[in-house]
Design a binder for this molecule. Structure first.
Ligand SMILES: CC(C)(COP(=O)(O)OP(=O)(O)OC[C@H]1O[C@@H](n2cnc3c(N)ncnc32)[C@H](O)[C@@H]1OP(=O)(O)O)[C@@H](O)C(=O)NCCC(=O)NCCS
Length: 168
């Protein structure tokens, strides 16, 4: 597996990845809201801008496609700082998703491992990961990646999240 920044050479693969999700998806975690874009070129531009020059109230974020056998199997991002009330509480540094047909094959763990290497290359050594209390897969993925449980929190709408730290 390798992580690649979104680029126009992968437009067809990005479309295939996006439409491979269920019809009623609203969000593809870690994809800079790919679900909301009909124009893939605009999504690529917005993703690159989010890394180089984010809009006000957004933090610098790097987004990657996880490529396995020339196919996109997942997407992931990391926020370079937690300087935002949501990120510092329940959003965390990292978000990711694996294509529904590619789950439980170890790709999530591989992708997270590669993403942590990217974090390190930006000098980030302490990473906050959060998982909704009910999201078993996300909790398991973080635990399998040596996430250290900090605490459970409840946010305003009553949702519960587990907070974990990974020290690189
Ligand atoms: C969370 C997610 C990325 C995991 O991806 P994955 O490729 O299936 O994960 P892996 O195959 O690498 O599994 C990693 C660990 O989690 C466990 N796991 C994964 N899915 C699981 C599930 N549904 N139930 C129980 N355990 C699960 C695996 O057994 C493995 O643990 P182990 O090493 O102790 O055996 C994937 O389920 C997903 O995209 N979910 C939707 C988006 C999301 O919730 N993202 C997280 C929030 S940002």
């Amino acid at each position: 597996m390798k992580l690649i920044k979104p680029n126009i050479n992968y437009i067809d693969e990005i479309k295939t990845f996006k439409y491979g999700f269920w019809r009623n998806w609203r969000e593809l975690h870690g994809s800079n809201q790919l679900a909301r874009y009909s124009d893939i070129r605009s999504w690529i531009e917005s993703t690159l801008l989010l890394e180089s020059n984010p809009a006000e109230n957004f933090v610098r974020t790097s987004t990657y496609m996880a490529i396995q056998n020339n196919k996109i199997v997942g997407m992931c991002d990391f926020k370079h700082s937690l300087n935002h009330p949501i990120l510092s509480l329940w959003g965390g540094n990292i978000a990711c998703c694996i294509h529904p047909k590619e789950r439980k094959k170890g790709y999530g763990a591989k992708m997270l491992n590669l993403l942590l290497c990217e974090c390190m290359s930006f000098g980030i050594r302490k990473v906050l990961l959060t998982a909704n209390f009910n999201n078993i897969a996300s909790n398991k993925l973080i635990q399998a990646s040596y996430g250290i449980f900090e605490k459970e929190i409840t946010v305003d709408d009553g949702a519960k999240y587990n907070r974990y730290w990974i020290f690189i």
